[in-house]
Design a protein around this ligand. Sequence first.
Ligand code: ATP
Ligand code: MG
Length: 425
Amino acid sequence: MAKIKAIRGMNDILPSQTPVWQYLEDIVRETLDAYGYQQIRLPVVEQTDLFKRSIGEVTDIVEKEMYTFNDRNDESLTLRPEGTAGCVRACEEHGLLFNQVQRLWYSGPMFRYERPQKGRYRQFHQVGVEAFGMRGPDIDAELILLTARLWKKLGLSSSVRLEINSLGTAQDRASYREDLVAYLSGHINKLDPDSRRRLDTNPFRILDSKNPDTQAILDGAPGFADYLDSESEQHFNQLCAILDASGIEYRVNPRLVRGLDYYGKTVFEWITSELGAQGTVCAGGRYDGLVEQLGGRVTPAVGFAIGVERLVLMLETLAGPRLKEKPVADIYLVASGTGSAQAAMILAEQIRDGMPGIKLQVNCGDGSFKSQFKRADKCGARYALVLGEDEMDKAVVTVKPLRDTTEQKRIERAELLNYLLSKFD
Ligand code: ATP
Ligand code: MG
């Protein structure tokens, strides 16, 4: 019978890969803690309308990337393609936005029906951060400083660069849109087919077209900076001032837009040149209109999402080898002879009680001494503890160093813990 395989674009993350993921997750959590962000955990399935109403009907995500299905009750549900909509929904539902500020984060799988390639998958993971109730550029800056600190801790600072832009208010965007469409319509024959299609539906997406001919036409297009109202302009200038004072390098990219409808004012992306076309590792911005759009009170909000797989790809080359050298266990307990399996289990529990943090693997399923030592070696342990018949009779344990040439030693059971503690201090 043919074996069942995983779904295209949905990856298994194997034991050899998880050390890098865990390393990243630990540092992400530590960094978010350092800024006082609280974790929120959200369902992976929501009502389809939530995404249609928030992300926008004419975006790539809603038009062609969502996993949407009817459940047994004929309700239209969707696997979340991103986390912001669900986060806003949850905050509204539980009254977390009324008269208060929130600094929140979440992480987990997202689903988009895209063409799988390096750095682009159908199930992928994001770490998302959302800050609610703060109107000024200080919180925008805080999010950027937080991400900069994260890259620093991960050793990635020199591999990423920051681009920022302002998308102004809805009104600014409307007048800009009109002029941009008028300009581009005059050059419609030279636009790539995708851009031509977007001219009516989502002309801002044309701005980040990768097509060189389209890029050349865009060089002559009106720039958004001329359409910013004074409040948006001031907001943006203040953000730049904080970044300057904090020593954060950035480039203002007037063509930086986001693929989702709900952004306004500040938008930013952290980009790497090391992953080819899939170079954006973190993207975010301000979305002051979304909460209201989903039926809540007007609430300023700003957030970002990190593409975890893309960071993992970068880390695998940098930190991967170091992390993979980490042993699965520090100590391996070899047991052979009548009653030794039970005695080994009990001894192992005593050692774990006495040595918190130690990684101890007990041999299970018998095996010759030779095969047990092979397993001990494979798991990377520094010491094998041997509990054979002779050791059982004499109430001792043989401690055999596996990573150096020092002699093995027989230690009284009562002395064992102290002996091991002296080896692992
Ligand atoms: P792109 O232009 O690469 O499609 P996007 O604008 O659709 O990105 P966002 O919705 O802003 O991406 O998601 C934030 C981040 O999540 C991206 O910058 C990227 O790092 C990651 N990401 C998005 N889609 C995928 C995917 N299909 N596979 C892996 N990572 C992804
Ligand atoms: Mg996309």
